[in-house]
Design a binder for this molecule. Structure first.
Ligand SMILES: Nc1ncnc2c1ncn2[C@@H]1O[C@H](COP(=O)(O)OP(=O)(O)OP(=O)(O)O)[C@@H](O)[C@H]1O
Ligand SMILES: [Mg+2]
Length: 397
């Protein structure tokens, strides 16, 4: 069941239309930046919904995940998919496909062009993309998943700058020929690509990818009711709430469903075809969602209270300041002093920032340019939640 895909063609077509610049108000031809929390279905959406929608418009669509191999330079990961596209769309046998063996690829025929005129090792990303466009006579969409990862290394930054210049060259005419879609699980991190003159995509905006919602829950509920007719009717309203409380994450929701059904089997065995089974399952799924939220919050609080006082103060400052966070400015230093009861030095603060990055799991993320963000958006969400209900900071229990 979890391998089944709930399609979102309307959203995909809307984004595809936007990208092609059908609307004057849309800035997507400069690059589209889509953020949403972890495990909410971003990668599936890019690959299973957006890719086909753009392909249906006649575009060549390349998908690359910069987290696939964090040891590799993002530029080489991107270059790999471009190289593969030469093979797929032009029948070119490039270095990569030669390595795999021409025969195995079934490209041994006379019509094959050997990519001798292009050396992918030295070709710039901009040139490779523009060659692909000119030779295929097709427009190209490059979908970059976990794009914020490019900001953690110099090579990654350089790759993003190269893509920016490719975009500027290829979209100078009336019709754009290179569309860039970048996605990531962290809005703040993704914003680092767009929010300052030094950022490669300065001027572009990060948008939130619409998460899965009630239509997805209905789709799941219909499938489950079809599979187990005794579940009919499930309480949709309770399930919508549960899905939202699970942070719109399909896996958590489906696991809760499976667990609720499994745990109720014995009870049902005793009572036979008890009425109201679907209702009880729905209520149970909702209870599991609330419990999970509670456990997650307790987990964050436990991590926080175990930090030393200055680590806590630094993290607190970051969570309260967001992208405005400056680790060592006068206000920050005063804040730390107030929290720990004595003055501290920039060097000590820097050591704490490093310590927070090295926790397992890490609490902080640092870009190549020295900007910090919480490692995981859910840490920020937890802070916002506790702050809003007046329960910040968490007390040691
Ligand atoms: N449209 C969908 N229909 C059904 N299940 C889905 C759908 N989208 C996502 N899922 C489920 O959610 C899981 C997570 O999806 P996906 O990997 O796309 O999320 P993500 O946001 O890219 O996560 P991460 O932040 O870890 O990269 C999938 O493995 C799948 O089980
Ligand atoms: Mg993903």
């Amino acid at each position: 069941m979890t391998d089944l895909h709930f399609p979102r063609p309307e959203l995909a077509h809307r984004i595809a239309d936007d990208l092609v610049g059908a609307s004057l108000l849309s800035d997507a031809r400069n690059g589209l930046f889509l953020a949403q929390a972890r495990r909410t279905g971003k990668s599936w959406f890019l690959q299973r919904d957006l890719k086909p929608a753009l392909e249906a418009k006649g575009w060549i669509v390349l998908y690359v995940d910069l987290w696939k191999d964090t040891k590799r330079d993002p530029a080489s990961l991107i270059s790999d998919v471009i190289e593969t596209a030469f093979a797929e769309h032009l029948g070119w046998v490039t270095k990569a496909s030669k390595r795999m063996g021409i025969e195995k690829l079934g490209l041994g025929g006379a019509s094959v062009n050997l990519a001798q005129t292009l050396d992918f090792a030295t070709l710039t990303l901009a040139d490779a993309l523009s060659e692909l466009h000119q030779r295929s006579k097709k427009k190209i969409a490059l979908l970059i998943d976990e794009a914020q990862h490019a900001l953690t290394s110099e090579a990654g930054e350089a790759a993003m700058t190269a893509l920016k210049s490719a975009r500027d060259q290829m979209n100078a005419g009336t019709e754009p020929s290179l569309l860039l879609v970048m996605s990531g699980s962290h809005q703040d991190k993704l914003m680092r690509l767009t929010n300052s003159p030094a950022a490669p995509f300065w001027g572009s905006r990060v948008e939130l990818l619409e998460p899965l919602g009630e239509a997805y829950v209905d789709w799941c509920a219909d499938l489950l009711e079809a599979e187990l007719s005794a579940l009919k009717p499930l309480d949709r309203a309770a399930l919508y709430r549960a899905f939202a409380e699970f942070g719109h994450r399909p896996q958590f929701f489906m696991t809760a469903f499976k667990d609720a059904i499994r745990d109720s089997q014995s009870e049902r065995g005793r009572q036979g075809e008890a009425t109201g089974w679907g209702q009880r399952i729905s209520t149970d799924v909702l209870a599991r969602a609330a419990k999970r939220q509670q456990t997650d919050r307790e987990g964050f609080a436990a991590t926080y209270v175990q930090l030393d006082p200055l680590e806590q103060a630094v993290l607190w400052r970051l969570l309260s300041e967001g992208v405005q966070f400056r680790a060592y400015d006068v206000a920050a230093m005063a804040f730390y002093k107030e929290r720990i009861g004595k003055a501290t030095t920039a060097t000590t603060v820097q050591r704490k920032l490093e310590a927070l990055r090295e926790k397992n799991p890490p609490l902080l993320w640092k870009s190549q340019r020295g900007e910090y963000s919480p490692y995981d958006q859910s840490l920020q969400d937890w802070y916002n939640f506790e702050k809003n209900r007046g329960a910040w900071p968490p007390a040691a229990s």
